[in-house]
Design a protein around this ligand. Structure first.
Ligand code: PEP
Ligand code: MN
Length: 336
């Protein structure tokens, strides 16, 4: 349940209420204090004295609360920088591309130049890589973040880069324009807590073994920490199918669009795991009316230090990119 208190209700009073219901208080919604209790709390369990102090009471019936369309009926607009937003009523699909990992200055510069050439505003690349083997490339770490910083100022691009564990969360928060929480890190509470305190957009990827409730509840940890700028990313879930790396859950995306007030990005690269499927999946994703598309590209995928099979060459990416505007237009969207 979300209790939006009337203007002028004091913090002390809000704290007394929150103690009674073991709730969280937020003070940044339209200048009002709001109290979020367990979603299981029923309307008739709310004291009349508390109801008197409320401007609005939202019965959510589940712990999908701040992210719910019951709380905010329209989709949130997330401000990435002063001149770039995602979500809201824009009907824009923001294309984000770049390599899986920052590997060298030459490699990341080539990717940045591809973005500039096509008018793409956000470059992706990981500096801390959550690998499945401890013996493979783990990322350039802080040196990777510094390279991304340099690229940002040289090319005027925005940077999305991932945080893999709490040890470097503050560094990623400092360097990124959008903080990515990877699929394997979705449940890491030290990251969720740090991102809740951050005042930058966070792109939260769905854990590949998580259902939609668990996924959105992870987003709730960030939202109730006071950071309203959360973007969800569907990147494929594990199913019995193993000819493809994961299974892109487009049904799940439909459900999120209907029930959740956060912008949605689709990542076809990690879902498919193979470059040949990425163009088809990208077009299918854009045709759904989504807020963003995240695609891995590399100047020489065969030599990539992570995810070599799924990254597109620049030529493959350009060919795909050239087909997206018409798909978006068919449903009243625009590629940006
Ligand atoms: C990535 O974006 O490179 C990545 C590691 O993705 P995921 O967390 O979805 O596996
Ligand atoms: Mn990757």
């Amino acid at each position: 349940m979300i209790i939006e208190l009337k203007r002028g209700v004091s913090r002390v009073l809000a704290e007394a209420i929150s103690l009674k219901y073991a709730a969280v208080i937020l003070n940044n919604y339209n200048g009002r204090l709001i109290i979020v209790t367990s979603g299981k709390l029923k309307e008739n369990e709310l004291d009349e004295s508390v109801r008197q102090l409320a401007e609005r009471v939202v019965i959510t019936g589940s712990d999908i609360q701040l992210a719910s369309r019951k709380f905010l009926t329209s989709k949130r607009e997330i401000r990435i920088t002063d001149d770039l937003t995602i979500g809201g009523n824009s009907q824009n699909t923001l294309v984000i591309t770049g390599p899986c990992s920052v590997e060298s200055e030459k490699q990341i510069r080539a990717c940045a130049e591809l973005c500039v050439q096509l008018g793409i505003k956000v470059l992706r690349a990981g500096a801390y890589k959550p690998r499945t083997s401890p013996y493979s490339f783990q990322g350039l770490e802080i040196k990777g973040l510094q390279l991304l910083d340099k690229i940002r100022s040289d090319y005027g691009l925005k940077i999305i880069t991932e945080v893999k564990d709490g040890s470097h969360a503050e560094a990623v928060i400092e360097y990124a324009d959008i903080i990515q929480i990877g699929a394997k890190a979705m449940y890491d509470h030290s990251i969720l807590r740090a991102c809740g305190k951050a005042r930058k957009p966070v792109l939260l990827k769905r854990g590949f073994g998580s259902n939609l409730q668990e996924f959105v509840q992870a987003a709730e940890f960030i939202l109730c920490g006071g950071n309203e700028q959360v973007i969800l990313c569907e990147r494929g879930i594990r199913t019995f199918e193993n000819f493809t790396r994961f299974t892109l859950d487009l049904c799940g995306v439909s459900w999120l669009k209907e029930n959740v007030n956060l912008p949605i990005v689709i990542d076809p690269s990690h879902a498919m795991g193979f470059a040949y499927g990425v163009p088809d999946l990208s077009r299918a994703a854009v045709a759904m009316g989504i807020d963003g598309l995240l695609i891995e590209t590399h100047p020489n995928p065969a030599a990539a230090l992570s995810d070599p099979a799924q990254q597109l060459t620049f030529d493959q990416f350009k060919e795909l990119y050239g087909t997206l505007a018409d798909v978006a237009k068919a449903i009243g969207y625009k590629i940006v």
